[in-house]
Structures are given as C-alpha cells and as structure tokens.
Design a protein around this ligand. Structure first.
Ligand SMILES: NC(=O)C1=CN([C@@H]2O[C@H](COP(=O)(O)OP(=O)(O)OC[C@H]3O[C@@H](n4cnc5c(N)ncnc54)[C@H](O)[C@@H]3O)[C@@H](O)[C@H]2O)C=CC1
Ligand SMILES: O=C(O)C(=O)COP(=O)(O)O
Length: 527
C-alpha cells in the first residue's frame, strides 16, 4: 500500500517531486479548518508552511496521521502537544530558510532607516519630495537583537559589516558564545535602554508573547526603530501603534502579524510602519531547501526511520547514533520482557544507568525506548518515542532515571525495576559490543540471555526433580528447549530458571508448569 501525503501550503517542486516517487500526493491549499478536518483522516502525513493551522481538532481527525512536517522553522501554527499525545511525529526544516529570513531582516532594517517603501510609493504617484524622506544611518548605531539563535546570529554578522554595535539578549546562549562573535550579551532591560534599532528573532511562545509591549516601549530610547521578521504576537501591535502616535517609536518594519493577513491591525495604516506579507522565507533558494528537507524527513518517518529535526521527541544526533543504538535496542527488549513478567497495576518504573552507561549522552532517548517496549504491547494507543513519556504520565506511572558508577562487574549495565500494586520485578542488561547485548540478571539472579525469541522464566525451590518435570511438560507439548540457565543465591533456596524455547508455549502447558510441586511462579514471554 502506498502512503498518502497531503500538502496544504505551497511547497517547492523539488520537494514535491521527491515525494511523488514515494507516495500518493495531494496538494490542496487554502483549506478551512473544517475542510481539513473532513479529509485529513485519509492521510498518513501532512506537510504545511505557516498558512495552515494544524489544530487539535485536525490532529484528532487524523486517524492515520504519523507525521506532520513544517517546511520552515516556526511550528507555532501546529498544536504539537495534541500531536505528541497521539504519538504523531512533528518535524520542521529550520536551517533551510535562515539566510532568507536574515537577508529579509537586513532589507527591512535598511528600508526602514531610509524610508524606501514610502519614497518609492511617492515617486510612483508622480511626486518628488526629497526632504520628506530624510533618513538615518545605521553606521555606529546600536542594534539590539532579541533571540540570538540561527537568524539572530546571522543578522549580527551582517550588521557588524555595516559597523553597527550589536548587543543581544537570549537567556539560552552563553555570553562567551556571543563574545566570540563580537556581540555583547545584555539583560533585556539594558537592551531596551541602549538600542537604536531592536530586532526580534525568538520563537512565539508563552514567554515571548507581547515581549515588546507598552511597558517595554516606555523604557526604550526615544526614536527607537523596531523590526519583527520573526513572529506576529512578539510585538503588541496596539502598544506599537501607541508608541508611534506618541513619537516614542520612530518607525517599525514588520513581516509578521498577530493575525495574518492583518485585516484590522492598528499599525497597518501608519506611515511610519513598513510591511511585507510574511516574506522572510520566500526566496527560491530557501523554498527549495525546506521543501527537500521536509520531503526527505517525511519519507524517512513513513518508512519506519526517524527525522532529523523532530520537535516533539528526543533526537539522537547523527554522531551519537552508533553509540546509542545497541543500548536503545537492548532497552526496548528489556522493557518488553519485563512487562510480561509482572502482575498487577503498574505504578512506577525506575531505570538505573550504571558504569559506562551512566555517561551515555542520551539516556532520555533510551528510557523512552524502555517505555515503548513496556507499554506498546499492552495498550490500544500506539506508544512510540514521541508519546512514551506522556502515555506513562497519563496513566499515573511514575518514572525515575538515575545514574551510578557501579556496574556490578560489567562495563555497563542498565537496570529496570517495575513496581506494581502486587510486586516488584527487575531486569538488568549490558552491551558488550555493538552487536552483543545480553540480559544479565532477572529479579536479582544472574543470567546470560540473548534478548530475542521465546522464553519460560520460573522461580522454584532448588531441589531435585523440579527442572525435569518442567522439561517433560514442554517435551510432551512438542516445545523444544534450546537453552537452560539456573541462577540461585544459595543451594536449597529459591532459584530462577530461564528456558529458551524454539516455539511459543501454549497456555495450558504454562498452567501445568505452574502446578509442578516446588514451582513458585512461571511466565512465558516473547522478547
Ligand atoms: N518571517 C519569516 O518568514 C521567518 C520567520 N522565522 C522565525 O524567526 C524566529 C527565529 O528563528 P531561528 O533563528 O531559526 O530560531 P532559533 O531557534 O535558531 O533561535 C531562536 C532563539 O530564541 C531564543 N529564545 C527563546 N526564548 C527566548 C526568550 N524568552 N527571550 C529571548 N530569546 C529567546 C532561543 O534561545 C534561540 O536562541 C522564529 O520565530 C521563526 O519562526 C524563521 C524563518 C522565516
Ligand atoms: O519558517 C518560518 O518560521 C516562517 O515563518 C516561514 O513561513 P512560510 O513557510 O513562508 O509560511
């Protein structure tokens, strides 16, 4: 069966061509939310730009949806929380349009300083008003950059070339990193106080919504100029209009608006405000980049792989993949085994990374693989890397992750303890080489089990005859025993037996095994 992919905003041909080879592609732009809700149930993936609002309703109706791709950077038009709940991967293409947005910011800043759009309109009307459009130089002015990420940094480089003094505010970037680019990191208050021009380059999130508001504007320099090529909503348009009316703000350049198109924004009609219709990413080069990136990520996810820029799941960087993969594979198998060994209502899962495993760069990813291994087989909802933690939390399962140098004689060890309202069970595993991983203990008893295939795991009193009786039952049921290990702490006390078998063990045989004199518990599991 070929996958069906819906593209609901204009995407460059280069990306569409790649997709067409892989899936059945429908391109339907300009859909209302209701129209999207009506059709989304037929699709495995949805690819958008900023024009489509991917709401919780749309996601709920997307019964087959596995992937939502954003051909660009900002994902504020996608309800990622709703997608996460449903285990749908959301990815973006954040690098492809960085330079396009940067150059647009520079163009807007220069146009603002020299009144170019206003002068252009005036000349085209037949006027010749040279003194009306007196501008200011950017040379030696202070540029305040709010948000020093990909675009903020590229803007700084170009502004420095024009001899502007760049200062920046970004709570998640170190002063050293900024200093290495010749940029001074300052507080937001300082930035507002010192900058001649302020340009914002943050995502639109709770913390940045109306970051540029009336209170902030009041603390800025008289005659400040504002540029927003990031997201509408970072600047409070009403406060900006008031700031311009009072003369506090000399002008503003806006590519993005609180509501797009900005039909009733108070700033649109103002002479001092220059605007473009969200064109930051609209270059041939950027559109080609983001379309190809999102098409490739979509194909990879639908083919069972991962995506490079997933925004709602932990991502393992390429350079870590070879290191992490054997642990992740083992962890999922351990989780799968453990869930089959426990009884009762699962209340808590504790994961301990010991020895070299404690220093792994991405234990969060491995822990999610454990949750996937444990929860996916038993729940109706698909559990994957995206929603594993959410699903556990929703079910009230407490999750803890600890690290320790202690590795119990192994180079590395991962121990998972599951607590239910009736019991506690533990499984430990270790990776000895990229291709060799073992389950090294169950319930505190040493074992050496390849994590694959069918197993019978029992606890019994260590006395003659018990093992023989179990073997006889399996033989009678035509189940061949491929391997046997018995672990015990002291002769005559409880022992743990792990039998690897070549085929599934019928439930009746398991019942019979449980009735054998000396057997305490017996479980059949598929790993
Ligand atoms: N107009 C357009 O067409 C385009 C707009 N954009 C928008 O530009 C913005 C920046 O994009 P990128 O640089 O690629 O993103 P990025 O993720 O590389 O950088 C964003 C920066 O904002 C910082 N930040 C987060 N919260 C902050 C806060 N409360 N205060 C200050 N800084 C904060 C982050 O630490 C990060 O360094 C985004 O909103 C994106 O959607 C991006 C491309 C095109
Ligand atoms: O990438 C971004 O964040 C953008 O704002 C670009 O939006 P667009 O893809 O041009 O609708």
């Amino acid at each position: 069966m070929r996958y069906r992919v819906l593209v609901s905003d204009p995407l460059a041909e280069e990306g569409l061509d790649t997709l067409k080879e892989f899936c059945d592609l429908d391109i339907k732009t300009g859909l209302t939310e209701d129209q999207l809700v009506d059709i989304i149930g037929d699709y495995d993936a949805l690819l958008v730009r900023s024009g489509t609002e991917v709401t919780a309703r749309v996601i709920e109706a997307g019964k087959r949806l596995k992937f939502i791709g954003r051909a660009g950077a900002g994902v504020d038009n996608i309800d990622t929380e709703a997608a996460t709940r449903k285990g749908i991967i959301v990815a973006n293409a954040p690098e492809g349009n960085t330079l396009a947005a940067t150059e647009h910011t520079m163009a807007m800043m220069l146009a603002l300083a020299r009144n170019i759009p206003q002068a252009n309109a005036s000349v085209k009307k037949g006027e010749w008003k040279r003194s009306k459009f007196m501008g200011v130089e950017l040379n030696e002015k202070v540029l305040g950059i709010v948000g020093f990420g990909r675009i903020g940094r590229e803007v700084a480089k170009r502004a420095q070339a024009m001899e502007m003094k760049c200062i920046a505010y970004d709570p998640f970037i170190s002063s050293e990193r900024a200093a290495s680019l010749g940029v001074e990191m300052v507080t937001l208050e300082d930035l507002f106080r010192r900058a001649d021009v302020i340009t914002v380059h943050t995502p639109l999130i709770k913390e940045t919504h109306h970051m540029i508001n009336a209170g902030a504007i009041a603390t800025m320099k008289d005659g400040v100029r504002l540029v927003n090529c990031a997201r509408g909503g970072i600047v409070d348009e009403k406060a900006l209009a008031d700031g311009i009316a009072s003369g506090k703000v000399a002008g503003a350049a806006l590519d993005v608006f609180e509501s797009e198109p900005p039909t009733d924004s108070p700033v649109i009609g103002l002479e001092q405000v220059i605007v473009t219709p969200h064109l930051g990413a609209s270059t041939v080069e950027a559109q080609k980049n983001v379309a190809i990136s999102i098409a490739n990520q979509c194909i990879s996810v639908l083919s069972g792989g991962s995506a490079k820029y997933v925004v709602n799941a932990p991502v393992v960087p390429m350079e870590q993949q070879a290191l992490i993969e054997p642990y992740a594979r083992l962890a999922q198998k351990m989780g799968r085994l453990l869930i089959q060994l426990i009884e009762g209502r699962l209340e808590a899962i504790d994961v301990t990374y010991g020895g070299e495993a404690a220093n792994l760069p991405n234990t969060k990813f491995i822990t999610r693989m454990i949750l996937k291994g444990m929860l996916d087989p038993i729940l109706q909802v698909p559990v994957n890397l995206v929603n594993a933690e959410f699903v556990a939390k929703e079910r009230g399962i407490r999750l803890s992750e600890t690290t320790t140098e202690e590795a119990q004689g192994f180079r590395n060890i991962i121990t998972i303890t599951a607590r239910t309202d009736r019991m506690t069970e533990t499984v430990s595993g270790s990776v000895s080489s990229p291709n060799r991983a073992r389950i090294v203990s169950i319930g505190g008893y040493m074992t050496d089990l390849t994590p694959t295939g069918h197993v019978v795991i029992s606890r019994h009193t260590d006395k003659p005859g018990v093992i023989g009786k179990v073997a006889t039952i399996l033989g009678r049921t035509n189940v061949n025993i491929a391997g046997m290990q018995v672990g015990r702490h002291r002769p005559g006390e409880e022992a743990l037996m792990v039998l690897t078998v070549d085929s599934p063990v019928p439930p009746e045989a398991m019942e019979e095994i449980k009735r054998v004199d000396g057997i305490h518990t017996a479980k059949y599991a598929e790993i």
